[in-house]
Write a protein that binds this ligand. Structure first.
Ligand code: NDP
Ligand code: 8X3
Length: 252
């Protein structure tokens, strides 16, 4: 019997991460689910435990001590992580560089870049020891293009794009797959966070065209992780049909 796979997903409490957790559970992949909102983690654990083994970890990816403590606390049955989905991240604000908030910039750099690094650093040694592993870094079209007022968010996603390539190079010969999934516009809690709870403004981002859903991206992530092991899908850009660049969408 083939051993069941274990996936650790950061940012599993909503959007793309939650949809990925649900799809992985449906397909028999055991889960370590991470996020800060413990109520949502507990809820997911209750529901998905009916399908697979689930362990939840509440921590802030931008706090290196919390990350280390959390990963070190994973019980034996879940430590051999086969798949790491580096998904936790967000945009904070959409302002020109001259008026942007330093706190917003710190948050994006700390979560999207440093958080991804802290989690990867904690998980990669185990993958190297086992000689097997798969890391998927969730980038963005914002890591391929720069759009007005996207400045620091775009910079963090360009960093994710660079780190995705860097990880693959540095893990040369270790038999670990590394790849990035770069979504375009996906309707999740992303814009609510970017606009600090202004739900009207957030909703407007997805008006007049059909955006992607978290499930669309989860479907792609599941495709990527289920390819035969000699195939590494190293970089994918997924857009809504109605989106042609970071800023151009049309009504079909
Ligand atoms: P959501 O806001 O719906 O989900 C973000 C997730 O990240 C939540 O589960 C949140 O959990 C977690 N998270 C945020 N900050 C932290 C933190 N400091 N520590 C731990 N977890 C954190 O957004 P999406 O699902 O859309 O975003 C997921 C990823 O996809 C992000 O990296 C985003 O940049 C990227 N992306 C999104 C696109 C979109 O259009 N939506 C397009 C391209 C890329 P909690 O609050 O419980 O901690
Ligand atoms: C999220 C998509 O276009 O807001 O990465 O940057 S976008």
């Amino acid at each position: 019997m083939t051993k069941k796979k274990i996936a650790l997903i950061t940012g599993a409490t909503s959007g793309i991460g939650k949809a990925t957790a649900e799809l992985f559970a449906k397909n028999g992949i055991d889960l370590v689910l991470c996020g800060r909102r413990t109520d949502r983690l507990k809820e997911l654990e209750t529901v998905l435990s009916e399908q697979v083994s689930v362990y939840t970890l509440a921590f802030d990816v931008s706090n290196k001590e919390e990350v280390k403590k959390a990963i070190d606390s994973i019980p034996k049955d879940f430590t051999d992580i086969d798949i790491l989905i580096n998904n936790a991240g967000n945009a904070h604000g959409l302002d020109p560089i001259q008026t942007g908030s330093l706190d917003d910039w710190d948050a994006m750099i700390d979560i999207n870049v440093k958080g991804l690094l802290y989690v990867s650093k904690a998980i990669i040694p185990g993958m190297i020891d086992r000689g097997v592993g798969h890391i998927i870094n969730i980038g963005s079209i914002a890591g391929k293009e720069v759009y007005p007022n996207g400045n620091v968010y775009c910079a963090t996603k360009h960093a994710v794009n660079a780190l995705n390539k860097a990880m693959r190079i540095d893990l040369y010969g270790k038999n670990i797959r590394v790849g990035a999934v770069h979504p375009g516009l996906v309707e999740t809690e992303f814009s609510e966070v970017r606009f600090k709870g202004d739900t009207e403004k957030a909703k407007n981002v997805y008006q007049g065209f059909e955006p992607l859903t978290g499930h669309d991206i989860a479907d792609v992530i599941h495709f990527v992780v289920t390819r035969p092991y000699h195939i590494n899908i190293s970089d994918l850009l997924i857009l809504p049909t109605a989106q042609v660049t970071a800023t151009m969408t049309f009504k079909a």
